[in-house]
Design a protein around this ligand. Structure first.
Ligand code: HEM
Length: 61
């Protein structure tokens, strides 16, 4: 969080692609990030918070 540069490659693939990786897991990350109570909207808000993506998933400036 707070280091948008660290997310450049992921942000370039877009919010939907990141959401898919969060839901199914990716490499060291477990499916749903262990949060079985999280909704799709919860994950979208968290992804935006972590990566600095604006609402709607457009690429950050
Ligand atoms: C609600 C909790 C979590 C959220 C919202 C979240 C979100 C994300 C996102 C958005 C990515 C980038 C995916 C992409 O590049 O497309 C990511 C990557 C990653 N996450 Fe999580 N995460 C969560 C919990 C966790 C937990 C609990 C772990 C480990 C126990 C974890 C480990 C990782 C790792 C290792 C990566 C990098 C995968 C790689 O690129 O090699 N995450 N996470």
């Amino acid at each position: 969080m707070g280091v948008p540069g660290a997310w450049q490659a992921s942000v370039a693939r877009g919010e939907d692609a990141m959401l898919q990786n969060v839901v199914y897991g990716i490499r060291g990350m477990p499916p749903l990030g262990y949060c079985s109570a999280c909704t799709e909207e919860d994950f979208r808000v968290l992804i935006r918070l972590m990566t600095g993506l604006p609402e709607g998933g457009a690429q950050a400036p």
